[in-house]
Each structure stands twice: as C-alpha cells, then as structure tokens.
Design a binder for this molecule. Structure first.
Ligand SMILES: NC(=O)c1ccc[n+]([C@@H]2O[C@H](COP(=O)([O-])OP(=O)(O)OC[C@H]3O[C@@H](n4cnc5c(N)ncnc54)[C@H](OP(=O)(O)O)[C@@H]3O)[C@@H](O)[C@H]2O)c1
Length: 254
C-alpha cells in the first residue's frame, strides 16, 4: 500500500495548462498531494517536479480512458479525496462547419469523461463519508453562445449533472462545487483556432479561476469568474425573453 500523504489527494484533470495548472499549484501549496492529469507529458513532468505531485497522462477522448485514469489515480495514494474535473476544449464557428469527429471529441472530453470519472471515483468517497467534486463548466453553458452550440451543450450538460448529483449526495459527506468561468487568459482560444475578439467580458488571469476552484472545493457551491457574470444568468432566468432580445442585439458570441 502506498504511503499516505498528510494532506488530501487531489486529482486535477487538464493540469498541464491554464486553469488546471494554476489550480494544481495552489492545491500543492496548500499541502495536497496533487495528481496531475493531461496529455503533454513534458509539461506534466515539469509541474510534478515543481509541486511534488504525480503525473498521469491520458487522452480523455479515447473510450475507457476516464475509467482507466480513475483507477491509476486511486492507486497512487489509495484514495482520491478531491476530483477537479477541468480538462476541456472548445470549438467555435457555424454548426454545419463542425466536423463530426470534432463534435464527438468535444462531447467525449467535456462531458462523457467528467461523468465517467465521477461515477468511478464516487464509491470510494461515499465509503469514506467524505469527498469533493469540482466541475469547471462555462458561462456558455448557462447563457448559450452563438457559434458555440456544441461546446455550450457539453457545459450545460455538466451543469445539470452537477446539480442532480448535489441532490443525490445530500447528507453523504460528499459534495459538489461548480466553477463557471467567463473568459480566462489561457491557451484555450489558440487551441480552438478562433481568437477571442469581444471586449466584454474581459479576460481574467488563469490564477483567478484557479482560486475559485479551491473555494469550490472548500465550500461547495457555484462560483462565477468574474463574479458579475451571475447577473446575466439571473436576468436570463427571470426574464428569458428580455435576455434573448438583448443578447441577440448586442451579440452572444465569442
Ligand atoms: N479559457 C477560458 O476562457 C475558459 C472559459 C470557460 C471555461 N473554460 C474551461 O476551463 C477548462 C480549462 O481550460 P483552459 O482555459 O485552462 O484551457 P487550456 O489551457 O487549453 O487547458 C486545457 C486542458 O485540458 C486538457 N485536455 C484537452 N483535451 C484533452 C484530451 N483529449 N484529453 C485529456 N486532456 C485534455 C489539456 O491537456 P494537454 O495540454 O496536455 O493536451 C489542458 O491541460 C476547460 O474545461 C474549459 O472549457 C475555459
């Protein structure tokens, strides 16, 4: 049996870049043993050397990869106390231009993998009577965004999953937090091949989103980054017709 570290064991998916990398650094600084997931082995190795964490590479677009990752993660210290389901990718453009294989990749990485990771890690958390699951979703999943229908659908699906789980897990000692970023300064936009050109919301540093991830793990709930993004979501909930008219006029695209 591996030696039990003093702090919690935290699995961060997508720790090789952006929000996940910054969150992994923060968890390590707070005394956690961090399981660093991604695909870029060189970046994971460098972060592992810096944080004392354990690199775990897996392509979450591959069938069965999430369950395999959960198994390997659990083997490192014998438990995963906190799952930060953050790995994800975007795609922007008119829906008919989205290749079918890319649609499948978006759904596999952004939606199926977090669901499967949660399903696989949850029994251990329930048996111990404690655990935290944090999902990094997106404002796109709460408001809808033109040109990002499939991306928004994956994030919206994750939101519905998180909400449903919260009810299911009430009283078990396992709880769910959600981080809802607006626009964060990471490689996300270069990677999706479409730059972010709007002026609002203004991009925030990755570390600001990472701080929200740690807050969501400590006190489960919904954390918008930046916080004012809860206002358009509240407006859409209260008066959807007014919200849609405004979004259509001023452009709900990124
Ligand atoms: N940046 C934003 O404005 C923004 C806004 C709202 C929500 N988000 C969400 O925040 C999360 C983190 O994004 P980010 O901004 O930090 O972007 P990022 O810098 O591009 O990081 C994405 C991470 O996801 C991993 N990943 C991507 N595809 C993967 C795959 N097939 N298998 C395994 N890992 C994969 C990447 O691993 P490798 O680098 O090793 O491939 C990387 O670690 C995503 O879920 C994204 O949807 C971002």
């Amino acid at each position: 049996m591996p030696a039990r570290p003093a702090g919690p064991t935290v699995l961060v998916t997508g720790a090789s870049s952006g929000i996940g990398e910054a969150a992994a650094r923060r968890f390590a600084a707070a005394g956690a043993h961090v399981l660093l997931h991604g695909r870029d082995r060189a970046r994971l190795a460098a972060l592992a050397a810096e944080t004392g964490g354990t690199p775990l590479d897996a392509d979450l677009a591959e069938p069965g990869a999430a369950a395999g990752l959960a198994e390997r993660a659990t083997a490192v210290t014998g438990r995963v106390d906190v799952l930060v389901s953050n790995a994800g990718l975007g795609w922007a453009g008119p829906l008919p231009d989205l290749p079918g294989a890319e649609l499948e990749r978006l759904v596999a990485v952004n939606l199926t993998a977090p669901l499967e990771l949660t399903r696989t890690l949850l029994p251990g958390m329930l048996a111990r009577g404690q655990g935290r699951i944090v999902f990094v979703t997106s404002i796109a999943g709460r408001t809808g965004v033109a040109g990002e229908a499939v991306y928004a659908a994956t994030k919206s699906g994750l939101d519905a999953f998180a909400d449903s789980l919260r009810y299911e897990l009430h009283g078990t000692g396992v709880d769910v937090g959600v981080v809802v970023p607006g626009v964060v300064r990471t490689a996300f936009f270069d990677r999706r091949g479409t730059p972010y050109t709007r002026t609002t919301p203004r991009p925030v540093p990755a570390d600001r989103a990472a701080a929200a991830v740690l807050r969501a793990a400590a006190r489960p709930g919904d954390y918008y980054v930046p916080r004012w993004l809860r206002l358009p979501v509240a407006l859409r909930g209260a008066v959807p017709g007014v919200y849609r008219a405004l979004a259509t006029k001023f452009g709900a695209s990124s």
